[in-house]
Design a protein around this ligand. Structure first.
Ligand code: 13P
Length: 246
């Protein structure tokens, strides 16, 4: 089986004090030991988080740049993350695709550079409401993933996060059927376009208004291998989401 994976994306939230509080809550919580847990605080707090967080929980950046160093004001490199014991990065989050106008090719390039540098990548994909209503969900998601498959053959350090944009921060979670349908389609696509092994082993997370209330039903779906949690990852209830299978 695939190891259940729960990521916490803090987005642009938190302060020294609140992030220390979240970390100490996680440090003392009883977490399902079979679950891989990774939290992604804002870049400014990566080192602080790594310093205070107990071993066994990993830290992710929310983004990384695709150049090794140099005159790239405001950016952070893969080497700098590794130097700070940050082992994962999110890439292709819809907020970066939409607000910061990152395209598929840029996301794919950054994924390649991150993987080549030894980071794990939580690769986000997902459709807008308009695209869903036009029945384009599977096309949109698979073309986002295809840009990465064109550059990266080894998917062993990629975790896919399917996050329908209309479900992010809206309280409007996808139904278990809606999520399972897309996850199964992604796995099918992996089998055809990457490899049978990638289809079998790649974790596919669901993200978008995941809460302690809806996580258990979602976790029962055969192709949902965990969650990428936004708002609820800042709250004590994040622990209940990590423990969704108990
Ligand atoms: P919410 O859980 O706040 O809907 O955010 C989901 C998300 O975008 C995680 O990356």
């Amino acid at each position: 089986g695939r190891q259940f994976f729960v990521g916490g994306n803090f987005k642009m939230n938190g302060s020294v004090k609140t992030i220390k509080d979240i970390v100490s809550h996680l440090n003392s919580a009883k977490l399902d030991e079979s679950v891989e847990v990774v939290i992604a605080p804002p870049a400014l707090y990566l080192l602080l988080t790594r310093e205070h967080l107990r071993q066994g929980i990993e830290v992710a950046a929310q983004n990384v740049f695709d150049k090794p160093n140099g005159a790239f004001t405001g950016e952070i490199s893969v080497e700098q993350l590794k130097d700070s014991n940050i082992t994962w990065t999110l890439l292709g989050h819809s907020e970066r695709r939409v607000i910061l106008q990152e395209d598929d090719a840029f996301v794919a390039n950054k994924t390649k550079v991150a993987l080549d540098g030894g980071l794990g990548v939580i690769l986000c994909c997902g459709e807008s409401l308009e695209q869903r209503e036009a029945n384009k969900t599977i096309d949109v998601v698979t073309s986002q993933l295809k840009a990465v498959a064109d550059k990266c053959k080894d998917w062993s350090k990629i975790v896919i996060a399917y996050e329908p944009i209309w479900a992010i921060g809206t309280g409007k979670v996808a139904t278990t059927e809606q999520a399972q349908e897309v996850h199964a389609a992604i796995r099918d696509w992996l089998k055809k376009e990457v490899s049978g092994e990638a289809a079998e082993k790649t974790r596919i997370l669901y993200g978008g208004s995941v809460s302690e209330k809806n996580c258990k039903e979602l976790a029962k779906q055969p192709d949902i291998d965990g969650f990428l949690v936004g708002g609820a990852s800042l709250k004590p209830a994040f622990v209940d989401i990590i423990n969704a299978n108990q």
